[in-house]
Design a protein around this ligand. Structure first.
Ligand code: SIN
Ligand code: FE
Length: 297
């Protein structure tokens, strides 16, 4: 039995919603989401037609060397194998998920709507348990999302996930402690930010734009968590099987998460400027700035 200390309070809120277009804003849910909790919708599912399911929910649909199949904001499909008709169908179905995910977020969080920036929508047919990855890329380790090549200066990463497994298999996550606890634990061990290094990374095109101190610290937290076996085993956490035919959302730059098992998921990423949150003080940027004692972007 794991001996992890308990989380200060439940990291997952379960909601009854069963219709993608019927979400309405609720102060309590919004505060919970912005505090880093996961909103779980066990009765909300993304529906496939029989022909769509047969054509698309197959691991062979993933092109060799690709991690996911994705539809970018311009509507182009990437990472899919298969003939033109299959690819067309994949683009249609992923596009339909995008519409529904956006409707859900607009309904739940209407004041975000004008400020959201659409990122790619993905279909992930790979089986989690058998994926082979370096420790840094291994999402089976608890982490917060932070990307080495794309500095975001505090912009939020809001994600809508749907378990579309056709065999009834859950997608099993671990969900970790509040972001501020992560930050207090790992900031003292973080390497110092050096602007000359950030400039060098940009001139070498390791980063697309200058890595800010915020982006540096987020990567230090990401790597600090993933690289610490004791933290992985013993940090406060809850294991959560998200049922086949369910949906959940969280700010994945804030909520520590790890995926332990499952296959076939769809995911929509939406970006939000941190200053457009309902409670600006709850963002990773605000928390890290407060702990660091100086501006980070
Ligand atoms: C992630 O860590 O963002 C991936 C989660 C998943 O694949 O379920
Ligand atoms: Fe992640």
């Amino acid at each position: 039995m794991p001996q992890q200390p308990p989380l200060p309070d439940a990291p997952i809120l379960t909601l009854d919603l069963a219709d993608w277009n019927a979400a309405t804003p609720d102060e309590g849910w919004i505060a919970a989401l912005e505090a880093g909790k996961v909103l779980y919708f066990p009765h909300l599912s993304f529906a496939f037609g029989d022909a769509e399911r047969a054509a698309l929910l197959r691991p062979e649909l993933l092109a060799q060397g690709s991690r996911n199949i994705s539809l970018n904001a311009q509507g182009e499909l990437k990472g899919a194998a298969g003939d033109a008709a299959t690819q067309q169908l994949a683009a249609e179905v992923i596009g339909r998920f995008r519409q529904q995910a956006q409707a859900l977020v607009h309904g739940l969080l209407p004041s975000y709507t004008p400020f959201l920036r659409l990122a790619p929508t993905s279909l992930r047919p790979a089986q989690v348990e058998s994926r082979v990855q370096s420790w840094r890329a291994d999402d089976r380790r608890l982490h917060i999302d932070a990307f080495p090549s794309r500095p975001n200066y505090g912009e939020r990463i809001l994600r809508v996930f749907a378990n579309v497994n056709p065999h009834g298999e859950p997608r099993v996550w671990r969900v970790g402690e509040p972001f501020e606890d992560v930050a207090r634990r790992f900031l003292p061990r973080a390497r110092r930010y050096a602007r000359w290094q950030a400039r060098a990374l940009r001139s070498l095109r390791v980063t697309k734009t200058l890595r800010s101190e915020y982006d540096h610290l987020m990567l230090q937290l990401h790597d600090g968590m993933k690289g610490d076996a004791d933290y992985q085993a013993n940090a406060p956490q809850q294991t959560m099987p998200f049922a086949a035919g369910s949906v959940w959302i969280c700010f994945s730059d804030q909520t520590p998460h790890a995926v332990m098992a499952g296959q076939f998921m769809m995911e929509q990423t939406l970006h939000l400027p941190a200053e457009r949150q309902y409670n600006v003080q709850s963002s990773p940027l605000a928390i890290l700035t407060r702990l660091a004692g100086h501006p980070l972007v």
